[in-house]
Design a protein around this ligand. Structure first.
Ligand code: AMP
Length: 573
């Protein structure tokens, strides 16, 4: 397909904020995509591979600037200048390509196949000369692009497509395009997307007219699926009211999520962001082999750190380095051991468990896991209708250094990727949030050269936009010290953020929402200073959350709730 057709679609979809209109526009476009071109669906989402695949485009703004400079024959300083003026690198590419077009008439026709071919080479490049190779792949595309194509190519490269098309938009458009009963179709399609975690392959089935094939799709071991997420319960009464009585109540462990796949002798571990971390946890592989029965399965769990000597559980921050570190694994395993707490099962011995009620799933776990404390256990759980018993269990969880409890509806199915109302989390009257950094300010004096204050944003769940809610500068160290301390310095945090800088004006920087941090605060206030309408009082940085994506952060709705709850507390003491 011609890339110009896709660019035209991006433009149309980006020009309306109305969801139904987007669906309509997309539905027309889906009809035009040829059967063999299902991969265009990835491009619609600004991606090049299915969600379960770890390969991402990953081009920094800096490299994009270099490429625009080369392709349009503009000095890098000139591109930077335009960027500061316009604030959108895509638009800069559009403008400069327009200018160049007037000077030369040479242009190859760009197809979506060619764009994908080049973009897909990017993630696998390694070693010497990588930057040059990447640059030449990008420049090749940009020199063939017309202005509007250049705009969307650059936005795709830096991961900021800005057309408001999500997986659910495509799902709903497919329902409109290929089915008569839209509501029924959405359910069917969601099930197919959950099982494949690859919306393009679902599209392909529809396009070839073999709709019946949707019914036989199955989960595939080794291909991670999105994990189910929880909503918040205000208190024990609220928890019971929302998930029903009796329900399962479990410890909410303060660790990180591990989705564990086993197929005969092969075991693969994924984080909640579906990154493969198998190599980082050799001991977990061993526990799975020894203490979990079954030829093939997918189980869902939380790994928690503990102190080998005192046997006390440790907070997540103290073990977070185990997720990323790729060297000294044995040493780290010795120093920062983890216990795996299994709380769900998604697939067992050839059969999907997605549609089995939680009560059945948890029963199965009880049968197949041999509890070995400090290695692997079935998450601590009670099944009860009694508030007093629940309260006792909650206090015990806190006493054991865990975050709180989870309420689980015993009839509920497993819904990948959804924040569902039949699994609730309850933590102490908490004052902490997970937020994403969307900006910063350069410091002065001894802090000059790096960002010393960071703008934090939450997510507006109704629009998907990130809204600012405050600035944080405390809880971060002046200097990086030697040793395995996980605390981060201004310098280190700035370097982590630098690849995502979108725009620099004077001392302030706009940053692409990528890096998620945990922040504590004393109070939420109404505030006209931030576009969320709220501000945090005394925010303090507590940890990086590399295991969380910007889609997982605290939502405006949750913050409003916290704010309301806080008011009630003031009122009633
Ligand atoms: P939050 O990260 O605050 O949204 O809380 C939800 C997270 O709690 C899940 O994504 C899991 O990583 C974690 N978790 C800990 N214990 C459990 C449990 N027993 N059941 C489900 N999730 C749990």
């Amino acid at each position: 397909m011609l890339y110009s057709k896709l660019a035209e679609f991006y433009n149309k979809a980006g020009n309306t904020a109305k969801r139904l209109e987007k669906i309509e526009i997309l539905s027309h476009f889906l009809k035009e995509i040829p059967e063999k071109n299902k991969d265009i669906i990835y491009l619609l989402l600004g991606e090049i591979y299915p969600e379960y695949d770890e390969r991402r485009i990953g081009i920094s703004s800096q490299l994009a600037i270099k490429a625009i400079s080369k392709a349009t024959g503009t000095e890098e300083a000139g591109v930077l200048h335009e960027w500061k003026e316009i604030g959108d690198l895509g638009k800069v590419a559009e403008k400069l390509t327009e200018k160049k077009k007037q000077a030369t008439l040479q242009r190859h026709v760009l197809t979506t196949e060619k764009v994908l071919e080049n973009l897909r080479k990017l993630p696998s490049l390694e070693g010497k000369g990588t930057v040059e190779k990447k640059l030449s792949l990008i420049v090749e595309l940009l020199t063939s692009a017309n202005p509007i194509e250049a705009l969307y190519l650059v936005r795709t490269l830096i991961g900021d497509l800005r057309i408001g098309v999500k997986e659910s938009t495509i799902r709903d458009s497919m329902a409109v395009t290929f089915f008569s009963d839209k509501k029924e179709a959405i359910k069917k399609l969601q099930d197919a997307i959950d099982k494949t975690n690859d919306i393009a392959s679902v599209f392909e089935i529809l396009k070839t007219g073999k709709i019946k094939q949707l019914n036989v799709l199955e989960l595939e071991i080794g291909k991670p699926i999105k994990v189910m997420l929880a909503q918040k319960a205000k208190n024990i009464k609220d928890g019971f009211e929302r998930v029903g009585k009796p329900c399962a109540i479990e410890y909410k462990y303060d660790g990180f999520r591990l989705e564990i796949h086993k197929n005969k002798n092969q075991i693969i571990l994924f984080t909640r962001r579906l990154e493969n971390v198998t190599r980082q946890f050799p001991e977990v592989i061993d526990y799975i082999k020894r203490y979990v029965k079954g030829d093939s399965f997918i189980i869902d769990s939380e790994a928690v750190g503990f102190d080998r000597k005192t046997r006390e559980y440790k907070p997540f921050q103290e073990i977070s380095q185990r997720i990323r570190r790729k060297y000294d694994i044995e040493k780290l395993q010795e120093e920062l051991p983890v216990e795996v707490n299994v709380f769900d099962i998604i697939y067992y011995n050839g059969k999907s468990m997605l549609n089995a009620p939680f009560g059945k799933r948890t029963e199965l776990l009880r049968k197949i896991i041999k509890n070995e404390p400090y290695k692997i256990i079935h998450a601590k759980q009670i099944i009860t209708s009694d508030e007093k018993e629940a309260d006792k269990f909650y206090k015990k969880a806190l006493h054991d250094n865990q975050e709180g409890i989870m309420f689980k509806n015993l009839q509920a199915i497993y819904q990948p990727g959804s924040r569902v109302g039949n699994m609730l989390k309850m933590k102490p009257e908490e004052r902490d949030l997970d937020l994403v950094i969307t900006g910063g300010e350069y410091g002065t004096g001894k802090r000059s050269g790096w960002l010393s204050s960071y703008i934090l944003s939450c997510k507006d769940d109704s629009t998907g936009k990130f809204l600012e809610i405050g600035k944080v500068g405390t809880g971060i160290k002046e200097k990086a010290t030697e040793g395995g301390n996980e605390d981060i310095s201004f310098n280190e945090l700035t370097e982590k953020l630098r690849p995502y800088f979108l725009e620099e004006k004077g001392k302030t920087v706009k940053i692409k929402p990528k890096i998620v941090v945990a922040v504590t605060y004393q109070e939420i206030q109404n505030s006209p200073n931030y576009n969320s309408g709220f501000a945090l009082r005394f925010p303090r940085f507590t940890a990086l959350r590399p295991d969380k994506s910007p889609d997982d952060i605290s939502t405006l709705k949750e913050i409003k709730k916290d704010f309301e709850g806080q008011k009630r507390n003031w009122k009633y003491g």
